[in-house]
Design a protein around this ligand. Structure first.
Ligand SMILES: C[S@@+](CC[C@H](N)C(=O)[O-])C[C@H]1O[C@@H](n2cnc3c(N)ncnc32)[C@H](O)[C@@H]1O
Length: 287
């Protein structure tokens, strides 16, 4: 079994404002629904946000609200609570050293190996893609490296548990501020400035398929094997059980020689047959 050693956010839990019963209930819901370790979050802020939902849904108090969620697992209110419980922070070209390594070392290695084997299919997965910036970053890098040559067939699956985040990704419109890591040349090549914001160009959009997938669900609706899986800055918020379970599952979705990229504070302690290259990029055995 794979195990992880994760550096956790240095945030001291502040449980004072949560009634203990409500705290336990929320921790249970967060783990059962999302695999999250609630102890790793800033509780004061969560308490305020949840209190707003208690009011908005006309519930009597926080316990009443949480009991409602517990007994209505498919209610649309879950979309709101998922937004509160999850952290959507992301950006284009996030963790630039790892992305540079991916661009300059991993992608050429994949291209060389696949070309040699006559396999022109590349599949990548950004799981926990949030609002899509990570998936579009990959699409830019793939486009530069493999396209517009017609022999390569490149597709990216971008998944998240959060429906609203996925809608933003599908919409593919970003503010100028969010493009601060994107070079002028890439902005010109891959974004259309609409005056109000920047819209990702069609060839990149066509490469990506957005889909809602909860990584703690029993089964993922995926048949393909991936050359690359980006699972960054998501496991850090999960319980050790779900970190291990998800890593074990992702491992089975990699093709031989495929790469799993984790966030900078996430580490595959028991690598087994995976080889750590650099910058938290792990390669599965080639055969
Ligand atoms: C901090 S963002 C990371 C985004 C991107 N990977 C990055 O590194 O910039 C974490 C994302 O994981 C998603 N997430 C949390 N729990 C999840 C779960 N159980 N299944 C799928 N996605 C989940 C959240 O909705 C959020 O969008």
């Amino acid at each position: 079994m794979l195990t992880t050693t994760l550096n956790l956010d240095p945030v001291a839990p502040q449980t004072a404002r949560f009634p203990p019963e409500a705290f336990d209930m929320l921790a249970r819901l967060a783990e059962n629904h999302l695999g999250m370790d609630f102890h790793k979050r800033r509780h004061d802020r969560l308490f305020l946000m949840i209190s707003k939902r208690v009011k908005a849904t006309f519930k009597q108090n926080i316990i009443d609200y949480l009991s409602f969620l517990e007994t209505h697992p498919n209610h649309p209110e879950w979309i709101e609570i998922e937004q509160i419980l999850t952290i959507q922070k992301t950006e284009f070209f996030r963790e630039s050293s790892q992305i540079k390594f991916f661009e300059e070392t991993i992608l050429p290695e994949i291209k060389h190996r696949k070309y040699r084997d006559g396999d022109f299919k590349i599949r990548a997965w950004s799981c926990g893609c949030s609002t899509g910036e990570e998936a579009y970053t990959l699409s830019i890098l793939f486009h530069q490296k493999f396209l517009p040559s017609t022999e390569w067939d490149v597709r990216i699956l971008a998944s998240d548990v959060h429906q609203n985040a996925l809608e933003i990704g599908k919409n593919a419109q970003y503010t100028e501020e969010s493009l601060h890591n994107v070079t002028r040349e890439k902005r010109l090549n891959y974004f259309k400035n609409t005056g109000e914001n920047y819209c990702v160009v069609e060839p990149l959009k066509e490469m990506i398929h957005f889909r809602k997938i909860n990584l703690i669900s029993d089964r993922y609706p995926i048949k393909t094997k991936f050359s690359v899986i980006f699972c960054r800055n998501l496991l850090i918020y999960m319980t050790p059980f779900w970190q291990n379970t998800i890593l074990n599952r992702l491992r089975n979705y990699l093709e031989p020689g495929g790469y799993l990229l984790l966030g900078h504070s996430e580490y595959l302690a028991d690598k087994k047959d995976f080889q750590l290259t650099k910058f938290n990029a792990f390669q599965s055995p080639i055969c």
